[in-house]
Design a protein around this ligand. Structure first.
Ligand code: CS2
Length: 498
């Protein structure tokens, strides 16, 4: 088979082999600016939009991808080189692959190269929505106070250099200012990150920054910008070199950075778009009045489940999520956590069969073709645990429910933060708080409660005697009996109680 580089010129070469965009990309205008063109965006929103653009009457909703950080240069270069085209590879549960070339990203910009171009694009009259996947840690709030973190050096930089910002807050502020000054329409800012109330948080953080950076536009922003909440879901591991070479071998497509993902996808969106929106509901997105219960269900079951499989699995010496969930003691742990500790905190899930949802999660985690990396899941746990796990603990404490498995997980995380698995092998910890986590983890060896002193993660949990004693017991058990045996033991205490 002859190989061709993926780009506009060669795209028709692949039409017999994979599904390709069957719309005229040159006629598609940019209506959405997306910040953070990682694997997830390309497996999720960009696919929904690509499906929508196949209706040839839809030409207003092309995406301009923005790479915000120096770190994003590689994806920018790849997309530029490939005219925004890339291959999405669905890995089905039976191992078969479904491939599709996506065409909805019609422009791409690299902010560090030319911040003004990004600001102007965000303020362009055709742009009606700015969507974000900037990770859980990207919203710059202090977990213990819930307030915007003005001490962040990049925020200080943006306040001093408004025309050459580095953070999303600096960019949005300048773009909104330009929109107001040039009498342009308002715009929707839509977070697509895994945060409870992601729209509310985005609104609060953006307004907090503007209040200091550009108070003269605050009222305009309040009246002309909407911030819908949304729940996003699709497991998207990091692309491996094998995925790239296999794509080329099987199809002749030379794609420098295809995206791989699971077959499942879900997008539940609050219908709150001040300047209009695409009809994503035509391609299976759900628009609802209140996203909160869906978000809560997904974050506290799927994402928390991931953190459990990641942290316990890492300590046991596994490298992928499917390996971790195929260990019976870990999957029992997960089931008990979901049933005993999360389910009592969920309500208002009209139309969702929670039992089936939990069952399907275990199946999705077990997809052995996905090979979702434990390193990816455990990365930035300091931003994830406060969103995925702590709210469940707080709610259970309030209603005197069980917190045994959650407290055990925190104890296991304290062990993980020491940097070694049960065989003494070094763990690859990727976390902005890696050093402080490690410092507290070392102190915790003598006095387990020390780990809870990290207030930006645990807020005031260290003052709850029930939590502290449950956590301390779990920590001592792991120290005394090792991770495997203490997981089995904690599962059996619950089964006995039941
Ligand atoms: C994962 C998510 O980052 C994580 O810890 O739980 O990336 C997860 O795969 C997605 O939210 C799935 O929708």
């Amino acid at each position: 088979m002859k190989n061709f580089k993926l780009n506009n010129q060669n795209i028709s070469q692949f039409s017999e082999i994979v599904s390709i965009p069957k719309y005229d990309r040159s006629k598609v205008k940019t209506g959405i600016v997306h910040v953070g063109v990682g694997g997830f965006h390309r497996a999720h929103q960009a696919l929904y939009t690509d499906q929508l653009l196949h209706d040839n009457s839809v030409t207003d909703w092309g995406i301009c991808g923005v790479a915000l950080l120096d770190f994003d240069q590689k994806i920018y270069n790849t997309l530029k080189d490939q005219d925004g085209l890339y291959t999405l590879i669905l890995k089905e549960l039976d191992g078969s692959l479904t491939r599709r070339v996506i065409g909805s990203i019609v422009e791409y910009l690299y902010a560090p190269e030319n911040p003004m171009v990004v600001i102007e694009k965000m303020a362009h009259p055709d742009v009606k929505i700015i969507t974000l996947t900037i990770t859980e840690g990207g919203y710059n709030y202090n977990e213990s106070t819930g307030e915007f973190e003005f001490k962040n050096p990049n925020i200080i930089h943006d306040l001093d250099n408004p025309k050459a910002p580095k953070t999303i807050f600096g960019f949005l502020t300048q773009a909104l200012k330009l929109r107001k000054e040039t009498d342009r329409s308002g715009v929707t800012i839509q977070s697509c990150d895994n945060i409870q109330g992601n729209g509310h948080i985005t609104k609060k953080m953006v307004l907090s920054y503007i209040e200091v950076a550009a108070p003269e536009i605050l009222t305009w922003v309040k009246n002309n910008v909407s911030f819908p909440n949304s729940m996003v879901d699709r497991i998207t591991p990091v692309t491996s070199p094998l995925d790239i070479s296999k794509l080329k071998e099987d199809t002749g497509i030379e794609d420098e950075w295809p995206v791989v993902c699971e077959p499942f996808k879900q997008w539940v969106i609050e219908d709150n778009f001040i300047a209009g929106r695409p009809q994503w509901e035509n391609v299976e997105a759900q628009f609802v009045k209140n996203v909160e219960p869906y978000e809560k269900m997904k974050l506290s079951l799927l994402n928390a489940g991931h953190s459990i499989l990641g942290i316990l699995g890492a300590l046991m010496g596994y490298t992928t999520i499917d390996e971790s969930v195929s260990n019976a003691s870990i999957s029992n742990f997960l089931r008990i956590y979901m049933g005993n500790e999360v389910t009592p905190t969920l309500d208002n899930l009209n139309g969702i069969n929670l039992k089936n949802y939990k069952h399907s999660l275990v199946q999705r985690f077990g997809n052995e073709y996905i090979k979702d990396q434990i390193d990816r899941i455990c990365s930035q746990s300091s931003a994830k645990i406060p969103i995925f796990i702590i709210p469940t603990i707080k709610s259970q404490l309030k209603y005197k429910g069980s917190i045994k498995h959650a407290a055990f997980l925190i104890a296991a995380w304290a062990k993980y933060s020491l940097g070694k698995n049960q065989y003494g092998k070094e763990l690859n910890i990727i976390d902005v708080m890696k050093e402080s986590l490690n410092e507290k983890a070392i102190l915790a060896k003598e006095k387990p409660e020390e780990f809870l002193e990290l207030e930006t993660i645990f807020s005031n949990l260290k003052n709850d005697p029930i939590f502290v004693s449950t956590y301390t017991n779990a920590y001592k058990n792991i120290s005394a009996y090792g991770i495997q045996k203490s997981i089995i033991d904690i599962n059996s205490t619950i089964l006995n109680e039941i």
